[in-house]
Design a binder for this molecule. Structure first.
Ligand code: HAM
Length: 414
């Protein structure tokens, strides 16, 4: 027997209502904030990710699904949406449009991670990217969209954490201070941190190993090294968030797992923190487009992990005020009944209702099937009913039934 590949999930019928609600919220929030949808291919030139995300990140070092195609080109399954959306922005000349350009996407991503609850090798994201706006109101807007989206889905126990990691001007000073501090602690570091100290010092702050936590809590803070422009941006962002009543915590060790960020970084987490619990993450990336060979263009955005959203909705037992249309099973007896049932099911659907044909079995079995699919009504059509021009309509939840003409049935069930 085959099984789904490790780290992948099937979305079974019982989970589809969650996903329908998630998709509806994506579309609603996207249009409410005036964003346009974009879709990019599932694979891209491998270089887009090595240059975009950073060669020394976990994603590029050990998590990409890369392969050579039959023509010898190196391609990579999309591990995240930002670099591809930047590529599309440049390729389609969106930098020549009036700025800012505001885009959103829903995409499946692929990362060869160690699977566990909340961490998959194939997972979906709702993401937003704002191009061509360096003002911190755009950072606040990105945070607000992610927050509103999660609130709309009933996730009410989340918190926003925030940090600024500076820019090309001030970050080198900060990184030198970090290296100096960590070099003094080098005998205490875990093996990954000893490596990070050489390859990617900022990521030292992201270590989850217990023994490294006291070192992280005493480490120099990036917000103490911000240059004037970054400091002003940071303070303005906090003011904007206060003005729109978004509560946040400043987390001095928040650095994020991708190398393209400048200034603002943020995450949204449920009360139990941990790497596989982060529901949304994002930040500003003012150098990324240039790094990818495009014109100098500021950018800011985020992505929400949708499997984690659905898992959290289930944990919180979120219910939706579903305007689920009523479902009618059209049960039949004999060949004439079956033909007439096909016509009745079709008429119900043409009038906007939802109808399912009874399976080709006895009446009892058809009615059992009606309850198994949670039908609201069953219409019963046999020779007698056809001759009389009156059909039985059962309201399944209430166990009542009426004899009605086909027009009356359609009016009742639609
Ligand atoms: P990220 O932090 O790598 O950022 O991913 C964003 C969210 O995707 C995470 O917070 C998490 O909810 C979900 N996620 C990531 N990896 C997995 C996984 N293996 N299994 C399940 N869910 C996962 C980015 O992807 C950036 N592109 C976000 C961004 C957009 N920054 C600026 N613009």
């Amino acid at each position: 027997m085959f099984q789904a590949p490790r780290g992948t999930t099937d979305i079974l019928p019982e989970d589809q209502p969650y996903w329908d609600n998630v998709m509806a919220a994506v579309r609603h929030i996207g249009s409410q904030f005036g964003y346009s949808r974009i879709d990019t291919p599932i694979f891209e030139d491998t270089q887009l990710f090595t240059r975009g995300i950073g060669g020394a990140t976990d994603i590029v070092e050990k998590e990409t699904y890369s392969f050579k195609d039959r023509g010898g080109d190196s391609l990579t399954l999309r591990p995240e949406g930002t670099a591809p959306v930047c590529r599309a922005y440049m390729e389609h000349g969106m930098h020549t449009l009036p700025q800012p350009v505001k885009l959103y996407y829903i995409c499946q991503n692929f990362r060869y991670e160690r699977p566990q609850s909340g961490r998959y090798r194939a997972f979906s994201q709702f993401g937003v990217e704002i191009f061509g706006e360096s003002d911190p109101y755009a950072d606040a807007e990105a945070i607000e969209i992610s927050w509103r989206f999660l609130r709309e889905l009933g996730l009410r126990d989340l918190s926003i954490t925030l940090n600024s990691i500076g820019d090309d001007e001030c970050r080198p000073l900060y990184v030198s201070a970090l290296i100096k501090y960590y070099t003094q602690q080098s005998s205490e570091l875990c093996t990954d941190c000893a490596r990070r100290l050489v390859t990617n010092p900022l990521r030292l702050l992201d270590c989850k190993i217990d023994t490294c936590q006291p070192i992280i809590s005493e480490a120099p803070r990036s917000i103490d090294y911000l240059c004037n422009d970054c400091e002003e941006h940071w303070q303005d962002l906090l003011d904007h968030l206060n003005r729109i009543d978004l509560t946040y915590e400043i987390d001095n060790s928040l650095v994020r797992g991708l190398d393209y960020y400048t200034r603002t970084v943020f995450e949204i987490t449920p009360p139990v923190k941990g790497r596989t619990n982060v529901i949304a993450g994002g930040g500003r990336y003012d150098k990324l487009l240039e790094q990818l060979g495009g014109p100098s263009t500021p950018g800011v955005g985020f992505a929400v992990g949708l499997e984690r959203v659905v898992e959290h909705m289930k944990r919180l037992k979120v219910t939706f005020s579903g305007d689920k249309s009523k479902l009618t099973l059209v049960a039949h007896l004999g060949p004439r009944g079956k033909n007439e049932a096909m016509v009745m099911a079709s008429l119900i659907r043409k009038s906007g209702g939802t109808a399912v044909m009874g399976p080709s079995r006895g009446l009892r079995s058809q009615l059992r099937y009606a309850s198994s699919i949670n039908a609201d009504y069953a219409v019963i059509i046999g020779d007698d009913e056809i001759d009389k021009g009156k059909f039985t309509l059962r309201q399944l939840g209430e166990s009542t039934q009426q004899e009605l003409s086909s027009e009356e049935i359609i009016r009742s069930v639609c």
